[in-house]
Design a protein around this ligand. Structure first.
Ligand code: UT7
Length: 325
């Protein structure tokens, strides 16, 4: 049965210019390049400049995605920005991006699912487009996690980085089969019992402060490898596809060991796995669109390729989306 699909029309990203290497971190906390590389796969990450905000990164990523799509800002009627590091408590970062792009029509809102934010945003925008209510969406993941870190805590400050990525999704008629282009399926999960495993210890409704990031790394690691595979299997089952059908697996980039363990468990060949955590660190909601942009621009992701994205973040929240490019 024919149905509306959300097709990827364009992609773009932006990284702040300042690069912070593991060697730089050795001067800030008691750590070593060897420990960080061996435990996480991270070599360096980008960090925003003084005064540079999440919406500024998001605007640059969105402009790059629009240029890639050959579209004007005015062609967009929906902006969904996934972020846990908004410029302000309100108004939303999405409205700041909307204004920065010069758009005054349509709707713009933020979505907060921490590191799973981009997958949640793709799923949400897809449902808007599939309903017929909107035609072209900018789906953005933008973060300045450097502002949430305790720079004296070596167990967390070495892991994260800043950046933004964006895709343009456009409504188009599909056949309703897995051969269609666009978002074929998405599967979202949450379980708030795990709040204390990964959280920020402040907020406007509790401490009236921003707070800093806290994490039980080992527990998050175990959960990440254990649970994310479920939503990926759900995506395969919903579309009648298997790991062999995938062209690319583009997971959230938190830790190389989590990525390879998940791929192994799912039977996804190592050469199909896109890894950018070495250069970006964990950029939370921005990590997947940043990785997608790298793999699209270097020629790996081609039109028609089947791409699985998946992520897990604080909450916990986790999800997958299967996209035919
Ligand atoms: O985006 C979703 C959220 N985040 C994640 O997915 C992260 C999930 N977790 C992880 O990636 C890993 O658990 C970490 C990379 C955070 C930690 O790796 P680990 O292999 O689980 O190490 P660990 O926490 O068990 O720490 C091992 C040792 C400890 O020392 P002792 O107690 O064995 O003496 C830590 O104190 O490494 C020590 N350590 C460090 N040493 C040097 C912890 N952080 C550092 C550091 N440099 N930065």
């Amino acid at each position: 049965m024919t149905r509306i699909r959300s097709i990827v029309r364009g992609i773009g990203s932006y990284l702040p210019t300042r690069v912070l290497t593991n060697q730089d971190l050795e001067k800030i906390v008691d750590t070593s390049h060897e420990w960080i590389l061996q435990r996480t796969g991270i070599e360096e990450r980008h960090i925003v400049a003084e005064g540079e905000t999440t919406s500024m990164l998001g605007i640059k990523a969105a402009q790059a995605a629009l240029a890639d799509a050959g579209l004007q800002a005015q062609d967009i009627d929906l902006i969904v920005c996934a972020t846990s590091t908004p410029d302000f408590t309100f108004p939303s970062t999405a409205t700041q991006i909307q204004s920065g792009l010069g758009i005054t029509h349509g709707a713009a809102f933020d979505l907060q699912a921490v590191c799973a934010g981009f997958v949640f945003a793709v799923s949400t925008a897809d449902k808007f487009l599939a309903s017929g209510s909107h035609k072209r969406a900018l789906v953005i993941g933008a973060e300045t996690f450097s502002r949430l870190l305790d720079w004296n805590d070596r167990t967390t400050c070495v892991l994260f980085g800043d950046g933004a990525g964006a895709i343009v999704l456009e409504a188009a008629q599909g056949e309703g089969t897995a051969a269609d282009r666009g978002v074929l399926t998405s599967h979202l999960r949450s379980d708030g019992r795990y709040r204390d495993k990964l959280y920020v210890d402040g907020g406007p409704g509790s401490t009236k402060t921003t707070g800093v990031l806290k994490m039980e790394g080992k527990d998050v690691f175990r959960f990440a490898v254990g649970m994310v595979t479920d939503v990926v299997r759900d995506a395969f089952a919903a579309t009648g596809t298997t790991a062999d059908d995938l062209d690319w697996f583009v997971p959230h980039q938190a830790n190389r060991r989590i990525i390879t363990a998940s791929a192994d468990k799912l039977g996804i060949a190592a050469e199909k796995v896109v890894i950018t955590v070495n250069k970006h660190g964990n950029t939370s909601a921005a990590s997947i669109p940043l990785a997608l942009d790298v793999a699209r621009k270097d020629g790996r992701i081609k039109d028609g390729d089947l791409v699985m994205i998946e992520a897990i973040g604080g909450g916990f929240t986790w999800g997958s989306a299967l996209i035919r490019w």
